[in-house]
Design a protein around this ligand. Sequence first.
Ligand code: CMC
Length: 392
Amino acid sequence: TKMFTYDPGFTSTASCESKITYIDGDRGVLLHRGYPIEQLAEHGDFTEVCYLLLYGELPKPPQKEEFAHRVTQHTMVHEQMTKFFSGYRRDAHPMAVMVGTVGALSAFYHDSTDITDPHQRMIASLRMIAKMPTIGAMAYKYHIGQPFVYPKNNLDYAANFLRMCFTVPCEEYVVNPVLARAMDRIFILHADHEQNASTSTVRLAGSSGANPFACIAAGIACLWGPAHGGANEAALNMLVEIGTVDRIPEYIAKAKDRNDPFRLMGFGHRVYKNYDPRAKIMQKTMYEVLEATGHTSDPLMKVALELEKVALSDEYFIEKKLYPNVDFYSGITLRALGFPTTMFTVLFALARTVGWVAQWNEMIQDPHQRIGRPRQLYVDAPLRDYVPISNR
Ligand code: CMC
């Protein structure tokens, strides 16, 4: 029989060719279409990054304006969808709501599901990029028992999202530009990360020709896990659990104990073995947000900084090349922005949607594209005859 390469976790299998994102894990480099993440986060905005990921080039001014306008056209969800929400239990996790609701988009938009038509593919892509903040904000509002807030399309992507989340009844929400910029930067940092688990899931689901909205729902499901997008929520919960600096050694010891499954959440990365370049930018953004919101003396910050210091000087973490990743700092930042931990992974999903749709589009246009179908090494009994139940 034919033998296959055994590669659990696909650590050495390239599943596709891609022009979207380049990572050099040993040097801590992340490029989108050639542009370093540091420059995109510092000088660009999320709309430009979306355009870049989808079309391959940074937009010229009229292209950017038109693209922003096209996204804006699709921010509303069908009014019927607001009723869909009331089927969820009030205490449902917002990610559960996201998986269900984004999957349900496939039941609403039949005119953008012919994946052989580039025009329909782009409409489906724009719909998802545009509707994700609306649905994410609705998940939040439903969770806290407040009325939904409709998008206000003269605001940019991040400001619009903050307004949908934080407008309370009878009070106009004024967007703080520092916080909107921070939100936008958080979106940029999470926009794409080549063939991570959720993106590979979207590609695999899409490789069968499945409905694009359903494929993105599959990506959201994968992102939810604590080893992936759920790490930002888990990291903050961990900081809360640690609580005070004096308890850090106890948690470091637990993380190092091979018989204890506990891991320091927000540390380590499959690809980055030097540092996560996103984490550096995220750390800077964290300080900006803490400054702007007056949370500079947040006790969790103290725990985070001390934990980082201890871990970075510990032999175990050095030897295994475990550095803080993007999710280590995003939790504190998102909390200072006013989000509960249960919303953290929703924000990640919202930002990653553009990466998912860009990769899905690339896959569909790839002449080498075939259905994703890994093989296995079968390791149980060889051929044997059926035994009637009375003889077993
Ligand atoms: N704390 C303690 N030990 C760790 C950690 C950690 N956070 N991460 C890895 N290790 C150890 C692990 O126990 C293993 O030890 P040994 O060789 O003795 O068995 C070794 O380091 C290698 O770990 P691995 O699980 O084989 O590495 P991986 O590439 O499969 O996993 C990871 C990468 C990110 C899933 C893992 O580092 C982890 O679970 N980190 C915590 C969760 C987290 O922060 N995830 C967010 C990743 S960045 C954003 C995203 O991708 O969504």
